[in-house]
Design a protein around this ligand. Structure first.
Ligand code: NDP
Length: 328
């Protein structure tokens, strides 16, 4: 069983030598256990937080253990009454070709109408994150303007499309003309601002002539500051991620008094703390994907050994849509 371990903690940016590829023999399957051949690994920005041992909402990933992470795959051996050989399952079996589980946190999925990989993205944790932040925190009304950063990504792409379905004006912020074109032409946002074009605030102002009622934040830093300055009174901000600061870069809020002057509600959230909404959100997202009302895009790197490089790319915007690693 080929596995990737975390062997050191990054100081600043993640480097290849934080990881080590090892080969470990698969032991015999114990009572109540199930063995899964992983087809795809999910790479997600939260993993950067788990790699460091700074205080956070979750325990750090221990050193010299298999990197944590979401997976989808197929049951190849089972001593568990709820799982049979051939079942497709989503779980968190980490960066390895085969995962062995006692069944906790493993869920059967149906890949007849929704492709298996989508259970790691639009019909998985990132999709539920988008659904929760938009519906439960921003709670948009038709006609309002909703802005989302990292708009072409796994979470951001869903936020804007759900906002459109709710009758809102959806405006994305993304890095580069290709991502912005995709956000408007394929995902159907009303506008997308390229924050790398050097004209962030004026471009955002032009794209939000009526101001911003709801902001779904994935990035932080200059993007947050520009958006805060466009928020309407009593606007709501779902603080989902601040990827611009994940390597320790400072991301100050330059004018905190805007929060008071505009009477803004800012709510941070961690989606794993809201397991109660997952069934409803997944049902809705799965239905929309099956009806082709929700578009998504994936960047797929090939082979377990490609995971560290692909993960470093995710943290610098090289991915375009949901970043996956394909194992078979
Ligand atoms: P994405 O698919 O959006 O990929 C990350 C994107 O972030 C990149 O493509 C890039 O897009 C952008 N990015 C990377 N570095 C920077 C930077 N320095 N400055 C600005 N943008 C940057 O990832 P996800 O959709 O999986 O995650 C999006 C956000 O949601 C993350 O912040 C993540 O931590 C957060 N999240 C939070 C959860 C929660 O429970 N709170 C759960 C899941 C995700 P571009 O090229 O457009 O800049």
């Amino acid at each position: 069983n080929r596995q990737i371990l975390l062997v050191s903690r990054p100081q600043g940016a993640v480097t290849p030598d934080n990881f080590k590829l090892v080969e470990t023999p698969l032991g015999a399957l114990g009572p109540g256990q199930v063995r899964v051949r992983n087809h795809y690994l999910s790479l997600d920005p939260y993993m950067r937080g788990r790699m460091s041992d700074a205080k956070s909402y979750a325990e750090p990933q221990p050193l010299n253990e298999v990197m944590i992470g979401g997976t989808v795959g197929e049951v190849v051996e089972s001593n568990h009454p709820a799982f049979a050989v051939g079942d497709k399952v989503v779980g968190a079996l980490g960066w390895q070709e085969y995962g062995t589980s006692d069944g906790v946190g493993l869920h059967k999925v149906d890949d007849t109408h929704v492709p298996l990989s989508a259970y790691l993205g639009v019909v998985g944790m990132p999709g539920v994150t988008a659904w929760y932040g938009l519906n439960k925190i921003i709670a948009p009304r038709a006609g309002q303007t909703i802005v989302v950063s990292a708009a072409s990504g796994a979470v951001g792409g869903v936020v804007g499309q759900l906002a459109k379905l709710a009758g809102c004006r959806a405006v994305g912020i993304a890095g580069g003309p290709d991502k912005c074109r995709y956000v408007v032409e394929t995902l159907g946002f009303d506008a997308c601002v390229d924050y790398k074009a050097g004209n962030l605030y004026p471009d955002l102002k032009a794209a939000t002539p009526d101001g911003i009622d709801g902001y779904f934040e994935n990035v932080g830093g200059e993007v947050l500051n520009a958006t805060l300055a466009r928020m309407n009174a009593f606007g709501r901000i779902a603080l989902c991620g601040m990827i611009a600061g994940y390597n320790g870069e400072p991301t100050p809020i330059t004018q905190p008094s805007i929060l008071l002057r505009s009477r803004l509600l800012v709510q941070g959230f961690i989606i794993l703390e809201h397991l109660d909404v997952w069934p409803e959100a997944l049902r809705e997202l799965g239905g929309l994907v099956a009806q082709k009302k929700l578009q998504y895009r994936e960047t797929i790197s090939q082979g377990l050994e490609s995971a560290p490089e692909a993960f470093m790319g995710l943290l610098t915007g090289k991915n375009f849509g949901k970043q996956l690693v394909k194992l078979i």
